[in-house]
Structure formats: C-alpha cells, structure tokens
Design a protein around this ligand. Sequence first.
Ligand SMILES: CC(C)(COP(=O)(O)OP(=O)(O)OC[C@H]1O[C@@H](n2cnc3c(N)ncnc32)[C@H](O)[C@@H]1OP(=O)(O)O)[C@@H](O)C(=O)NCCC(=O)NCCS
Length: 176
Amino acid sequence: MSEEINLIIRQAIPDDAENLLYTLNQIRQETDFLTMDENDVNISIEFQRHQLENIYESENNVLILAFDGEKIIGSISVHANSQHRIKHIGEIGISILKEYWGLGLGSILLEEAIYWAKESGIIRRLELTVQKRNQKAIHLYEKFGFQTETIMQRGAVDEQDNFLDVHLMSLLIDPE
Ligand SMILES: CC(C)(COP(=O)(O)OP(=O)(O)OC[C@H]1O[C@@H](n2cnc3c(N)ncnc32)[C@H](O)[C@@H]1OP(=O)(O)O)[C@@H](O)C(=O)NCCC(=O)NCCS
C-alpha cells in the first residue's frame, strides 16, 4: 500500500451495518484463518443493524472499527455473555482487509480493545482461539501479553478438511 491512509478508529454504530457486511464478506474470501463463513455474512442489513444496536448498548461487548476515510478496513470485537458467572469473559475477534495487512493496524486495534476492556470495569479475562498455522496472529497476541493456555487438537479443519491444532489464548485484565 503506497498511498497514505486516512485512519479513523471508532466504535461501531447501527448505521455502519451495510458497510460492515460488505467488508466482512470481502475479508472472509481473503483468508482461511477465520471460522466466519458465508452464513455469517448472508444476513440482512436490518439484522446487522439490530446486532450493532445491541453491541453499542451493551456494557461488556464492543465492536471497534478501523476506517480508511469512509471505507471500513478492519474491526475488532469483544464478545461477552450476560450471565453473571461469565460476564467478565470477553472473546476477541479481529480481522483486517488483506491490502492493509502488515501496516501495524492489528496492533492498533488490539491495543484499543485491551484499553476498552480495562475501562469497562467488567471484563477481567480476554480470550481467543487461533489456528497454530496463523503464526502472525499468534505473534501479535503474544506481543500484547496473551498466553497460550492449551493447544486444542482438531480445533478446526483446513480447506481440505484436515484437522488443525488451535491455540486457546488468554489475557487477564486488572484495573489500573
Ligand atoms: C492477523 C491480523 C489481524 C494482523 O494484522 P496486521 O495489521 O497485519 O498486524 P500488524 O501489522 O499490527 O502486526 C503483525 C506482526 O506480526 C509479525 N509477523 C508478520 N508475519 C509473521 C509471521 N509469518 N510469523 C510471525 N510473525 C509475523 C509482524 O512482524 C508484526 O510484528 P511486530 O509488530 O512485532 O513487528 C491480519 O493479518 C488479519 O486480519 N488476518 C486475517 C484474519 C485473521 O487471521 N484474524 C485472526 C484470527 S485469530
């Protein structure tokens, strides 16, 4: 990417629904490292809008978007449930358009999500799963202090349906 990026980072709002679906559908086709498939993006704009409303109003969920101008180029989510015993556990999901890989955007988004989790006062554990073959992502998570708790055998399958090892990683969040 030779041109400068007009980078904007902010929380998602319901009006981002259509733009977000478009970007997620493109990313889904650009990587084999996500579990997201066509069913996840084959939803109506109205449904996506409703989901974004719920996330925006939630205390323990967030979706942070990266824009190049008006175009959504990446996102990071923290997804948590509402039940009391597990509402402190946030699952991280991150994805970026391929043409923007390797520019430090993943680091910026992960830092934002960790900051948000600390500020939430609710999230005390961030966790994620990542394919062992996705060494770039594992490096990124380790850079921010995530540790591998276990390697899940047969945690996913690849494009030829071969089983893959998957890391379960976590970062404990303590208020500063
Ligand atoms: C994984 C992803 C979010 C990373 O985003 P990014 O913007 O490319 O990441 P950054 O540029 O901030 O950082 C990448 C880091 O990995 C390093 N890296 C690159 N290739 C690597 C490799 N093959 N092995 C190990 N480290 C690697 C870079 O040097 C950099 O490290 P540094 O910051 O210490 O210099 C992005 O590539 C992506 O969206 N991939 C597809 C979806 C995906 O895999 N999501 C994660 C699923 S768990």
